[in-house]
Design a protein around this ligand. Sequence first.
Ligand code: GLN
Length: 490
Amino acid sequence: MELESMTALELAKKIKQRQVSVLDGVKSVFARIEKREDRVHAYLDTYRKEAYTRARQVEKGIADGTYTGPLAGVPIAVKDNICIKGKTTTCASRILENFVPQYNAEVVDRLEKAGMIVIGKTNMDEFAMGSTTETSAFGVTRNPWDPGHVPGGSSGGSCAAVAAEEAFLALGSDTGGSIRQPSSFCGVTGLKPTYGTVSRYGLVAYASSLDQIGPIGKNTADCAALLEVIAGHDPKDSTSIKREDLDFSASMTGKIVGMKFGVPTEYLAAGLNPEVKDAFMEALKILTQMGAIVEFFSMKTTEYMIPAYYIIASAEASSNLERFDGVKYGYRATDYEGLHDMYRRTRTQGFGEEVKRRIMLGSFVLSSGYYDAYYLKALRTKALIKREFDQAFEKYDVILAPAAPYTAPELGKSLQDPLAMYLGDIYTVAVNLCGLPGISVPCGKDESGLPIGIQMIGDCFQEKKILRAAGAFEKGRGDFGTAKMGGDRG
Ligand code: GLN
């Protein structure tokens, strides 16, 4: 097997046994980047030279016992809304095109302590707003399974990098599905942790009450191992939680006999593509054959999930994005008359259309005449949705859903109709509104060979249950295969 086709844990094991060097692993991903990146455009920036230098340090660190963890020596890609000291962090926006943070995000410090090697920053929807990675100000990312299609979003660059084997692992962020949906479209595995499990310090905020950073990998075991690296209390993030049960890998016993899974019937209604539905039903069959109990139940708040999410997310976004005013940092318009004109021109030129739409929507729902009618109502709706999930988790260990109602759309087809695009988030947003953990695992392919993912949702702090279920499902499913991109360079 070629090095870059190994999982992260396999590579780390080979490194530990000294069958390959850390530098070999790093070189292998850069060779792959060289071959494929012109067609994928997963990255906004790569750090080849630094990665080589760091590989030599890590090699020594492993030998002298500084780095003992299971992912030591593994190259990783980081979404470009996560700060790395001294490295441009753009959020795929013109307004931050030249922004260089003075500090590392907490997760980046943790990657370093684990002996991992950051190899670059990945493309994304501007400020993580979008579902296709097409709202990036720096060009689209293509789906490695079919370059005529989007990789999903907003963590499309991270998922495409892993799918194209241009990275062994990646970090994404998920506010309303941005890890799970692109993982599903790219045939990789992605986990959104319980809110507060991973520090948001150094993650550029989109909607602070919903944002979580999470792992994206080739399989469940790699995601569990990376979650162990990044999870943990951080006093720098006031919403960070003190948790003891962070030994996620230990939960992957492969046993799901007697485990209870619930499927909301509303999720299978109109709007779900029949091929996705078939693959999803097939996955339920596999789980049942493995001894799990699968039942259907009604989730009455389903139709309110999208409106509640888009009101709350836009409201928080409009407030969070106030800071990009051309004064403190980021882009400033060059031609202006007076302060207000400077603000106006800076923001007009610096933000893309989708971001402006969210800012306007958010400012509207928060304005004094409409606050009660929209924002407050959305918060109340969120409480009702949470109550329904609480009731469901009294009966079920895990809730199952497709990750998205369809497979990866063709490039250029989604942005003309933003409302239709928002509806595509139907299965993912409630997880963020309720702070729950969710994972997407590949479960099938459509007629043209594009991947389909099944989503497993757990109650708060039950990552172990969804990892156990996902790991077992993976075994039952068998090998999923990888994106065979024809025409590699060299
Ligand atoms: N597609 C959703 C949105 O545009 C989710 C994005 C995300 O999770 N960052 O808001």
